[in-house]
Ligand binder design. Structure first.
Ligand code: ADX
Length: 389
């Protein structure tokens, strides 16, 4: 019998209506004010609906917003929470919505009804404070800060009820809700499951981290983030092909699962590492990999800030075990993957390729060394680059 980890706050939220309740909401939605969610808001909505953001049942009000940006916890102080989940549409839209109103929310396509929000409060966002406290910078060049600033000035707070998940056409077999991953873990009899977050193709260093972790736990959930990412990150559909090829060729099928995290990327480094860990706890994982510069961008964060932040919290406030890994690489003298913790050799022996160099090689149709990436992954990336022109 497998005993699964409790979700954040103890109960897995489910705001997705079915049957008559869904039909009646559909019927009254036409007469409600309308709001079209952008991709990021749609991801948040979906994740509230499925319980991936448990214990949230809606978009945050000012009390939760202020608690998160000032104390890194939800109100009450016992549950860690590091990224605000707010709904702040364009000012012209929020101006037309009153407290007490129900608003029909549509996904990005403008025609798929997502559900409704029961607005209980309207309040101004504190963007500069949010940027400084959550992102540790107010620099507009930071993509997470830019996304905070791109929101409207006023947040609409309220519980949601959903009638549909976003109408994605891609990789449906990997779009599992927390309820579904939990059921899959239970079916496999996994008691301990490590989650791996990524927004990149999986290269040898990533694989090394995952396999070290897999030596210690029952199962591995490869859980790439597929919500909105910045323009120069590799698109999710290409990455998914890489993950499937890699898992087919190099991972034990009975101990590995591939599913996606629909979240938008915040690039908030340490704050996002905590957030990523909590999300994976909701999906049923007991352990979470945090390597070097997790969820980082540019030079905003120290290499291991996303690891040390876990020590600033009471472990009970997070309640998923972070597995922290140092910068890993192939060492020619070790003849294998290693890190500063295991390799005594000089850096000259380490295979180190910059992201720019790898992109150049792939664009030229060249397969990078097998010490850096598996050829099956490189081939998919080369052909995707060729297709993109
Ligand atoms: S992230 O933005 O999703 O964190 P990325 O996909 O690059 O970015 O990394 C996924 C995970 O692997 C993160 O936990 C990151 O810290 C870790 N990681 C990436 N490369 C290395 C490396 N060479 N050594 C150690 N950890 C790494």
């Amino acid at each position: 019998m497998s005993s699964l980890i409790a979700p954040h706050g103890g109960t897995l939220v489910n705001r997705l209506l079915t049957g008559e309740a869904a039909a009646s909401l559909q019927a009254r939605a036409g007469s409600l004010p309308r709001l079209v969610l952008n991709s990021r808001q749609g991801s948040d909505f979906e994740m509230i609906a499925t319980g991936a953001l448990s214990p949230l049942t809606g978009f945050m009000g000012s009390e939760a917003y202020e608690a998160v940006i000032n104390t890194r916890h939800l109100p009450g102080g016992t549950l860690a929470w590091t990224i605000p989940i707010t709904l702040a549409p364009e000012d012209s839209v929020s101006a037309g919505i009153e407290v007490g109103q129900e608003v029909a929310l549509y996904y990005e396509d403008g025609s798929t009804l997502a559900g409704v929000i029961q607005v209980f409060e309207k309040y101004p966002l504190q963007k500069e404070k949010e940027a400084q406290n959550v992102y540790r910078t107010t620099d507009e060049a930071h993509p997470g800060v830019a996304a905070v600033n791109a929101q409207g000035a006023t947040a609409l707070a309220g519980d949601i009820q959903a009638v549909a998940l976003p109408p994605y056409g891609d990789f449906p077999e990997h779009r599992l809700t927390p309820e579904q991953t939990r059921a899959a873990f239970a079916e496999r009899g996994w008691n301990t499951v490590v989650a791996f977050q990524t927004r990149n193709p999986i290269h040898r260093a990533h694989e090394y981290l995952q396999k070290c972790a897999l030596e210690m736990v029952d199962g591995l959930l490869v859980h790439p983030l597929v919500g909105a990412t910045k323009g120069d990150d590799i698109p999710a559909d290409v990455r998914m092909k890489c993950y499937v090829a890699l898992l087919d060729n190099y991972y034990p099928k009975d101990r590995t699962m591939l599913a996606v995290n629909p979240a938008a990327m915040r690039y908030a480094g340490p704050s996002e590492a905590i957030f990523h860990a909590i999300i994976r706890k909701n999906y049923g994982c007991t352990h979470f990999i945090v390597g070097r510069d997790h969820a980082g961008v540019g030079n905003y964060y120290g290499t291991y800030d996303a690891q040390t932040i876990f020590e600033e919290f009471d472990p009970a406030a997070i309640d998923i075990v972070p597995l922290k890994f140092e910068h890993s690489f192939w060492c020619n003298k070790c003849e294998g993957m290693a890190s500063g913790k295991t390799c005594p050799h000089d850096r000259a022996n380490h295979v180190a390729l910059s992201g720019t160099k790898v992109r150049e090689m792939l664009r030229a149709g060249e397969i990078p060394p097998m010490e850096f990436t598996r050829p099956e992954v490189a081939e998919i990336l080369i052909s995707a680059m060729r297709d993109a022109g």
